[in-house]
Design a protein. Structure first.
Length: 128
């Protein structure tokens, strides 16, 4: 297993396994060493719904192609705008165009939350 904090190739492999009904060992990020933990993982079993999150999650086409629905939560905070904005504009913002839905106002947009929840409920109803 590669020991990088970002390993899109491993993530793609793991998502494919989960979608194929296989259990995976998800790497754990260690904030003390600012890298992946060398000895800790989380056992993830497959389920009907898999939610993948991350600021660069829509950057990779192969990863996007594994997703049934892509959501971009658009939220700007003062500290974020002052310290992360240049990198956000260069790497994260361009991936927004690949989302099926763009959620404005972050977690305060109840309409978007209801829409997403309804989509998941309908998916679960159809795939019992």
């Amino acid at each position: 297993m590669k020991n990088d904090s970002f390993d899109t190739k491993l993530m793609i492999e793991d998502i494919k396994k989960l979608k194929n009904g296989e259990t995976i060992q998800e790497p754990v990020y260690d904030y003390v060493v600012h890298n992946r933990s060398k000895d800790k993982t989380i056992t993830l079993k497959p389920s009907k719904i898999l939610i993948i999150e991350g600021i660069l999650i829509l950057q990779n086409k192969e990863l996007r192609d594994l997703m049934d629905m892509k959501v971009f939560v658009d939220s700007v905070l003062t500290q974020y705008a002052a310290t992360v904005k240049p990198m956000h504009e260069k790497y994260v913002e361009p991936s927004k165009k690949y989302a099926d839905i763009i959620v404005l106002e972050g977690g305060h947009n109840q309409v978007a939350i209801d829409l997403f929840s309804g989509y998941i409920s309908e998916y679960l109803r159809k795939n019992k």
